[in-house]
Design a protein around this ligand. Structure first.
Ligand SMILES: [Zn+2]
Length: 125
């Protein structure tokens, strides 16, 4: 024994032999920890990725609307809720076309239907 303090890895505390001792910014590390420090694993944040995708989908959702669908959405947005009959009158659209667009908009979770006083009202999802 030479009385020296045994060299220890600062990170994991492993006793280091001279040949497996690495210095990084004035501290000593074993080979594994040094590798960790020099090349930290890529930050993996599935939640952030998920949020970004959801955000993109949300943006895409509205940007992919046809002018007709946008007109319907804006009409409903302006009134808060609207019946097919109101839209047939105000937007001058046939019921069949409106129902077809609603099917799409409902599927895209932009508009939803609710029944009140025996009438179907459409409102924002
Ligand atoms: Zn170590």
């Amino acid at each position: 024994m030479e009385g020296d303090m045994p060299l220890k890895c600062l990170k994991c505390g492993k006793t280091l032999e001279k040949h497996q001792c690495y210095e990084h910014q004035g501290n000593l590390f074993c080979e594994d920890c040094r590798m960790d420090i020099l090349s930290p694993p890529k930050a993996c944040d599935p939640w952030a990725v998920h949020s970004a995708q959801t955000f993109l989908r949300g943006k895409d959702k509205l940007s992919t609307l046809t002018p007709l669908q946008r007109e319907i959405v804006n009409y409903v947005k302006g009134k808060g809720e609207a019946t097919i009959e109101e839209m047939m009158g105000d937007l001058k659209l046939p019921e069949e076309a409106l129902r077809r667009e609603f099917a799409v908009l409902r599927h895209m979770e932009i508009l939803k239907a609710t029944k009140k006083r025996d009438k179907i009202f459409y409102l924002l999802f």
